[in-house]
Ligand binder design. Structure first.
Ligand SMILES: CC(C)(COP(=O)(O)OP(=O)(O)OC[C@H]1O[C@@H](n2cnc3c(N)ncnc32)[C@H](O)[C@@H]1OP(=O)(O)O)[C@@H](O)C(=O)NCCC(=O)NCCS
Length: 216
């Protein structure tokens, strides 16, 4: 059956999650140069993601590779590989795929917590706000975070293909909670049609929401 994380991605080759810990000594020089001045918490999440990614490369029969963020923060993957990284409190996850099977992947994980009042207005479009408002009150806070995370996962999936910066209001979601699926539609001019509308999957687990988007 695999983990909940693995089940979010039908076409990816590898998905792993880990508790962040300091692994400075396992970083490659280029990774260390990038992260060495960061606080330990950030070094732990950055490093743990790299260790997970390298386990994935090995599982895929690929050699080790230094995963360094580009100038825009998006990770640069080895040739032939697509991937995505997410961190939240006490948790780090990586998903990898072969570009012959999947053109891009986006992963986002968020801790379920009360968001500051007013954040809903920043995250949700008017139609989404109406939909969330019609759900049972006890579910609304978690669903709001699911919207946030699903939009981040969509953003991470589309970005390597388009290099487009999107605001939350640029992306409209239809969330299908019973199916654990969502449809994300970006309403901005110029995005290729096959990128502008993508299906995603989500699941609640262990006080978090996990969201995945793949473009085959
Ligand atoms: C990049 C961004 C999506 C990261 O999301 P987050 O929830 O803050 O943080 P996460 O821990 O889940 O993800 C961090 C990882 O995202 C990846 N990432 C950063 N920029 C990225 C980009 N442009 N495209 C794809 N992945 C990116 C990195 O791998 C990073 O981990 P690393 O620094 O260890 O390599 C977010 O910080 C951001 O810049 N958002 C702006 C755009 C946006 O959110 N628009 C609204 C949604 S449409």
């Amino acid at each position: 059956m695999g983990s909940t994380l693995e089940r979010l991605f039908a076409k990816a080759s590898y998905a792993a999650e880990a508790e962040p810990r300091l692994v400075d000594e396992q970083l490659f020089d280029a990774e260390w140069d990038y992260i060495k001045n960061a606080v330990p918490k950030r070094r732990a999440e950055f490093g743990t993601a790299r260790v997970c990614a390298r386990r994935g490369f090995a599982a895929m029969g690929l050699p080790p590779f230094a995963v360094v963020p580009g100038g825009d923060g998006a990770p640069v993957w080895p040739p032939g590989v697509v991937g995505s990284i997410s961190h939240t409190a006490g948790y780090c996850a990586v998903v990898l795929g072969r570009d012959s099977l999947v053109r891009s992947v986006g992963l986002d994980v968020e801790t379920l917590q009360e968001l500051e009042p007013g954040l809903a207005d920043a995250i949700l479009t008017p139609a989404e706000r109406a939909w969330v408002g019609a759900q049972p009150r006890s579910r609304q806070a978690d669903l709001l975070i699911a919207f946030f995370s699903a939009k981040e996962a969509y953003y991470k999936c589309q970005y390597p293909l388009t290099r487009a910066f999107l605001e939350f209001g640029d992306v409209e979601l239809e969330l299908l909670p019973d199916l654990g699926r969502f449809i994300a539609t970006a309403r901005v001019p110029g995005l290729p049609r096959d990128v502008a509308r993508l299906e995603g999957t989500f699941a609640f687990e262990d006080g978090r929401v996990l969201c995945g988007v793949e473009l085959a």
